[in-house]
Design a protein around this ligand. Structure first.
Ligand SMILES: Nc1nc2c(c(=O)[nH]1)N[C@H]1C(S)=C(S)[C@@H](COP(=O)(O)OP(=O)(O)OC[C@H]3O[C@@H](n4cnc5c(=O)[nH]c(N)nc54)[C@H](O)[C@@H]3O)O[C@H]1N2
Ligand SMILES: Nc1nc2c(c(=O)[nH]1)N[C@H]1C(S)=C(S)[C@@H](COP(=O)(O)OP(=O)(O)OC[C@H]3O[C@@H](n4cnc5c(=O)[nH]c(N)nc54)[C@H](O)[C@@H]3O)O[C@H]1N2
Ligand code: SF4
Ligand SMILES: [Mo]
Length: 868
């Protein structure tokens, strides 16, 4: 065993420290870093399962052009020559990069420098456009800079924490656990959740405001007016450090509170708590940003903090939480199409300064296209060469079928990817193999401006290379070798740090100029640190905003509502987001067996009344249609939604589900300022599909399913699991499916009862299939134990062919120990009355803790049932 390597989790923006210890066989043991300031020894279910994502079977390991393996020389020459020719013939505006908050800062810097300083265009946008763009724009309007003023410890120090459009329990679980622990230690602390859905985050809420989708501006306007009326104003702060209050208040006072669809008593309680409490943190995420009024939502809530002077002091402030591990690093290098570099923009002085620093050959002088319009330009043929890095836009952009079409029609589509089978890789001509988390080297910045090292702990596989190397090789071929002559990531980091300090003199918030002189050893050993702020690392406690007059701005935000409103034909509002155990397009979390249990299928959640009105029951298959496209998903009926609203997770792609790719249906409307798409609000209709049969397959080797209406694939331990349903005749489907299974899983075919069939060769199950006229939700759980057996006894074989052991598990709760809902309910029925007691009986909730909100919900349900 080698010693543990200190690195950072590649998933969410909390940025937890990890110690990875390679096992010498290509894997590694993953443990939490007890010394990392972000997590202090904690990890969530996704972080804890990282060890299961390291295998190489599905990696892109060699460059490819049009499906043929080629050498790096050929691939790089083709890319460089393609860009050179396109620019020569059509100008720099005909090329584009589309990059990602999952690049390391050094990779990100290289991409941004190449296109903006040497190709002469700012047509580089990042998936942060779908994620943080509204916060960036809102910060700039209010503060004059894109600054997150506070720190994680502010959540622990606050007396009131307001979570707006954030499902913290599932999306930033370690921060949620820190908040939960603080509230337990100090029960007087209050938590308010503002979200149309009752999420797991509401588990710790003292007040849940299930507002009408899109009505956040109205809510915070009402709050602003109410605070002013009650005199909850910090006059000194407002007078010395802000401007624009009168205009903002005038608009706020005309806002109609009923727009929020909330009982007035709830709004009154919120106002009362906010007015009375000095230490307030307002944390916000995609329920705010991903909206056609996203920037106004950000400013409406910042207004309330400026009015009360609650910003940049311990336990106070607005806090925009980032999603991706390096969303903040991307903002630092300036890789949005409307930012330049190092928190500079396209003003003439900035363009000149950065151009001199880079010794740029061809400097971009104006902002480029934003993600949605960038892919429209690709589709229209105005952009003829596009290079995608570390993001999967065929699944994650709205109106996603149009994105796929755009890429297929593009003359030069290039993708740098770690994984071979993704919907974007399938659509691109040139495929460049990138290093993945375990192999790459560099830095990331988390939500609290904390910079940490990601360090490699496994050797580079195949011919995969890190993104910065690929970029600099292309730059060299285009004649810019000198500007890209880095020997390694430390060189790039020093250059990036130097640019942040270059002619800065305190005018720009982002300044890590001191790091420009780190030597290689110091960079290697770099400990996590938070950049900026005063001695306590916070910004703006004493003003010092970055507008020219050093004052913050109140922004008058008039309540506007989503551009695409529901109507008679599409009366439901589709909201989308995340589930606890999957990460985005599942290229990594989808490999983990233990993460496959919690939410195994793409689901559409519906309120019981909306379901009943459409003849839908839990477990049915439904088609979701919008003006842009459709998806086919499994129905989940739940009263955690408001009537009239539906929710679907964003994670399922064409690789894992035939039609579960919900972004085909999601609308591409954007915020007029930030260009961030409105991913939380698409008018849809939902109808039941009449399935004539339902089935489950567990097979050692992947099965090519015939054309059927619905299927989803999930990872089992040493096998693939498929759950599916179809509209054709039963007999035809049964024959076609059996043939598919046997093609890749040969052996004796045994026919059992209840339409169970199996391939069992030499006593070992190769494949199991069951088909029935009704959905059998427990089939996968019943059959799974048989796949774990090396050799079946006769009795076990008979049991299998009779339909498997009858144990309905009701879905998994605890990913760490694989504990089902059924087992937790049984423990509760058996007398376990607390989280600790359930843990003692079942182990559930005793490791990473991500499932504790769900266990508490089951405990509550049992208590209510008992009381009734
Ligand atoms: N498990 C998991 N964790 C993740 C990720 C992941 O893929 N999986 N991705 C990471 C990334 S990149 C990001 S950006 C973050 C996202 O983290 P979050 O923003 O917390 O997650 P979402 O589920 O996208 O959306 C948050 C909530 O916004 C609510 N919402 C919808 N419309 C409105 C509205 O009009 N107003 C308000 N107030 N709320 C509304 C939704 O109901 C939803 O519960 O998560 C990060 N963490
Ligand atoms: N409907 C709906 N759509 C959404 C959202 C939503 O809430 N609702 N959320 C949006 C948000 S906030 C986000 S952030 C996006 C995320 O959407 P994407 O960025 O498309 O999602 P990922 O699956 O994280 O894609 C990252 C890709 O990079 C690859 N990769 C990993 N590491 C590396 C590397 O080092 N180099 C290279 N070259 N490749 C690498 C991974 O295999 C993966 O394919 O989705 C957006 N789309
Ligand atoms: S909270 Fe979970 S996903 Fe986020 S950084 Fe920490 S371990 Fe990774
Ligand atoms: Mo994100």
């Amino acid at each position: 065993m080698t010693a543990g390597v200190h690195t950072t989790c590649p998933y969410c923006g909390v940025g937890c420290g990890i110690v990875a210890t390679p096992d010498g066989k290509g894997g590694a043991a993953i443990a939490a870093d007890h010394d990392h300031p972000a997590n202090q020894g904690r990890l969530c279910s996704k972080g804890a399962a990282l060890g299961e994502t390291l295998s190489l079977g599905d990696r892109l390991l060699h460059p490819e052009i049009d499906g043929q393996r080629v050498s790096w020389e050929v691939a790089l020459d083709t890319v460089a020559e393609g860009f050179r020719k396109t620019i020569e013939e059509h100008g720099p505006g005909a090329v584009a990069f589309y990059v990602s908050g999952q690049l390391l800062t050094e990779d990100y810097y290289a991409a941004n420098k190449l296109i903006k300083g040497f190709l002469g265009t700012a047509n580089i946008d990042t998936n942060s456009r779908l994620c943080m763009a509204s916060s960036v724009a809102g910060h700039k309007r209010a503060f004059g800079s894109d600054t997150v003023p506070g720190l994680y410890e502010d959540f622990e120090l606050a007396d009131l924490v307001v979570l707006v459009g954030s499902n913290l329990a599932w999306c930033h679980p370690v921060l949620f656990q820190r908040l939960e622990a603080a509230k337990r230690a100090r029960p007087s602390m209050k938590v308010v959740v503002v979200d149309p859905r009752r999420t797991e985050t509401c588990d710790i809420a003292d007040l849940h405001l299930a507002l009408k989708p899109g009505s956040d501006v109205a809510l915070f306007n009402v709050l602003l007016a109410g605070l002013a009326e009650r005199g909850a104003i910090d006059r000194r702060f407002v007078e010395q450090h802000t401007s624009g209050l009168d205009e903002a208040l005038a608009v706020a006072r005309t806002t109609d509170a009923t727009a929020c669809g909330l009982p007035s008593a709830e709004i009154a309680t919120f106002l009362d708590w906010f007015a009375r409490t000095d230490k307030v943190v307002t944390l916000y995420s995609q329920g705010v940003n991903q909206s056609s009024a996203g920037v106004d939502k950000v400013n409406a809530l910042i207004n309330c903090h400026l009015l009360t002077g609650r910003i940049g002091r311990p336990g106070m402030g607005p806090f925009s939480i980032t999603g991706q591990p390096n969303a903040m690093g991307g903002r630092e290098v300036g890789a949005l199409s409307n930012t330049l570099a190092a928190h500079m923009d396209f003003g003439a002085a900035d363009v000149d300064r950065v151009g001199r620093f880079w010794r740029a050959a061809r400097m971009a002088t104006k902002p480029g296209l934003k993600a949605v319009e960038l892919f429209e330009a690709v589709r229209a043929g105005r952009i003829k060469a596009v290079w995608i890095m570390a993001t999967n836009p065929v699944d994650s952009l709205p109106d996603a079928d149009a994105v796929r079409e755009a890429l297929r029609a593009c003359e030069l589509s290039i993708v740098s990817e770690a994984i071979r089978a993704t919907d974007t890789v399938d659509a691109c001509r040139i495929r460049l193999p990138a290093l993945a988390w375990a192999e790459k080297d560099g830095t990331v910045t988390n939500s609290e401006r904390g910079i940490s090292r990601q360090r490699p702990f496994l050797p580079p596989p195949g011919e995969a290379r890190q993104d910065w190397w690929i970029l600099s090789e292309v730059a060299r071929r285009l004649g810019h070798g000198e500007a890209f002559a880095w020997r390694g990531v430390a060189d790039i980091f020093r250059e990036h740090a130097a640019l942040s300090g270059f002619e800065n003199e305190g005018r720009r918030d982002f300044d890590i100029g001191a790091c420009a002189t780190l030597d290689d050893a110091a960079y290697e050993a770099l400990k996590p640190f938070v950049w900026g702020g005063g001695s306590d690392k916070r910004f703006f406690g004493d003003g010092g905003f970055f507008h020219a007059d050093r004052r913050a701005r109140f922004v008058a935000t008039k309540a506007r509502f989503p551009v695409n409103a529901p109507d008679g034909a599409r009366p439901l509002i589709l909201n989308t987001g995340r589930v606890r155990d999957q990460w985005h397009t599942m290229t990594r979390t989808g490999k983990s067996v233990r993460l496959a249990g919690h939410r195994p299928e793409p689901a559409i959640e519906l309120h019981p009344r909306d379901a009943a009105a459409r003849g839908l029951s839990d477990g049915d298959i439904a088609e979701v249609t919008s003006a842009w496209g459709r998806g086919v998903l499994r129905v989940h009926v739940t009263d955690s939604l408001r009537c009239g609203e539906a929710f679907a997770p964003m994670h399922w792609t064409a690789q894992v589900s035939r039609a579960g790719r919900i972004n085909a249906a999601v609308n591409p409307a954007v915020d007029p300022i930030s260009g961030q798409p409105e991913l939380k609000h698409t008018p849809v209709e939902i109808r039941r599909l009449d399935m004539r049969w339902h089935g489950t397959i567990l097979a050692r080797r992947a099965v090519m399913l015939p054309e059927i209406s619905y299927w989803a694939r999930m990872q089992g331990a040493g096998y693939h699991a498929y759950v599916f349903a179809g509209e054709q005749s039963f007999a035809v489907a049964q024959r076609a499916l059996a043939a598919s299974v046997r093609t890749t899983n040969p052996g004796p075919w045994l026919v059992g009862e209840k339409n169970v069939t199996a391939v069992i060769g030499d006593g070992k199950v190769e494949a199991i299939m069951s088909l029935a006229e009704t959905h059998d939700a427990g089939a996968r759980d019943r059959f799974a134990p048989f796949m774990a057996l090396e050799r079946l006894t006769d009795a076990q074989r008979d049991e299998l062919l009779h339909g498997g052991t009858d144990m309905h598990r009701g879905g998994e709760i605890c990913a760490c120990f694989g504990v089902s809902c059924g087992a937790v309910e049984a423990a509760i029925a058996d007398g376990a009355a607390s989280l600790a007691a359930v843990g003692a009986k079942t182990h559930a909730g005793t490791s990473c803790g991500s499932c504790r909100p769900e266990i508490r919900a089951l405990l509550r349900k049992a208590r209510l049932a008992k009381a009734a």
